[in-house]
Design a protein around this ligand. Structure first.
Ligand code: ZN
Length: 295
């Protein structure tokens, strides 16, 4: 496996993982290409995944950093990129589309529509639908709608190697942000984790961090963590906290101030889920439990 990035600090997907993928009958042969976009939200930055072959395909567009597109061209070694499949419309995955379109005319850009948001990255987006089979590289991938982190979030499933190109569904070493103000939805996210578990994947190729070789362990830990957090939010409401900031202060004790807005989004996503389930409600006085006994 080749990597195209500039920093040794990055947690690179392992060579062994990708060698195993090569020995299968249906070649996946993914190449990790770094998007050169480290930052407070992206951590070390994004991986994009190139599947070279008959239909050379890139998973995620990055942010348009010229070093990313240079690395992509080097990896293509003279082949033409046919398409970019985008996992969701967050900027670190989709905003590079226009720059890529300019450097590589004729490339198709495909994603599940999120019309308001897609307009921010003006290319001719072709729609992808849940269950749609897409030729990619020398094989094909199934589009799996996995909303929660974002309403348009999809993963791409390679049945033959039981590999899921998972976007932001999972990031080893941390949990996934559910931004309620950007149509993140915790109930949807938990359902998406269950859906992916039912696929019985052997490995996840994420957009951040290293390859995930024990997906069941991580995804089950995510579900347990969210339920634990939910219990903490219920407890905070039971103790009289009425707004997300108070709940953040109680539940995320010792949190760095810069991370508070993200924690607040997570807490709101819990409150929205509890309201939907009839366990909490809000009015002019803030949030409260509907039936404290149900605690
Ligand atoms: Zn995202």
């Amino acid at each position: 496996m080749r990597f195209f990035h500039s920093s040794a600090r990055l947690s690179a997907p392992s060579r062994a993982t990708c060698d195993r993928l090569r020995t299968t009958r249906f070649l996946l042969n993914p190449l990790a290409i770094h998007a050169f976009n480290p930052g407070p939200i992206t951590g070390a930055g994004n991986w994009t995944w190139l599947l070279p072959g008959r239909v050379s395909t890139l998973i995620d567009a990055g942010t348009g950093d010229p070093r990313h597109i240079d690395a992509l061209e080097r990896a293509l070694a003279g082949e033409r990129l046919a398409q970019v499949l985008v996992t969701h419309a967050h900027a670190d995955h989709a905003s590079g589309a226009p720059a890529m379109a300019e450097r590589m005319p004729g490339v198709q850009f495909r994603k599940m529509p999120w019309p308001d948001r897609d307009l921010k990255w003006p290319v001719s987006w072709q729609p992808l639908a849940d269950g749609e089979v897409v030729s990619a590289g020398d094989t094909s991938l199934v589009t799996v709608h996995t909303p929660g982190h974002a309403p348009d979030h999809v993963c791409f499933w390679h049945e033959e190697t039981r590999t899921l190109l998972c976007g932001d569904l999972a990031v080893k070493g941390t949990t996934v942000w559910i931004p309620s103000s950007l149509k993140g939805d915790l109930s949807d996210y938990l359902a998406s984790l269950e859906r992916v578990l039912r696929l019985n994947p052997q490995r996840l190729l994420p957009a951040h961090g290293p390859v995930i070789n024990e997906p069941h362990k991580l995804l089950r830990a995510y579900i347990a963590h969210k339920l634990e957090r939910e219990a903490q939010v219920l407890d905070a409401l039971g103790r009289g906290d009425t707004n997300p900031d108070a709940i953040v202060a109680r539940v995320y004790a010792g949190l760095k101030e810069s991370l508070a807005p993200m924690a607040r989004e997570n807490v709101v996503s819990h409150l929205v889920k509890l309201a939907r389930e009839g366990r909490a409600t809000s009015d002019d006085n803030g949030w409260r439990l509907i039936n404290p006994i149900s605690l």
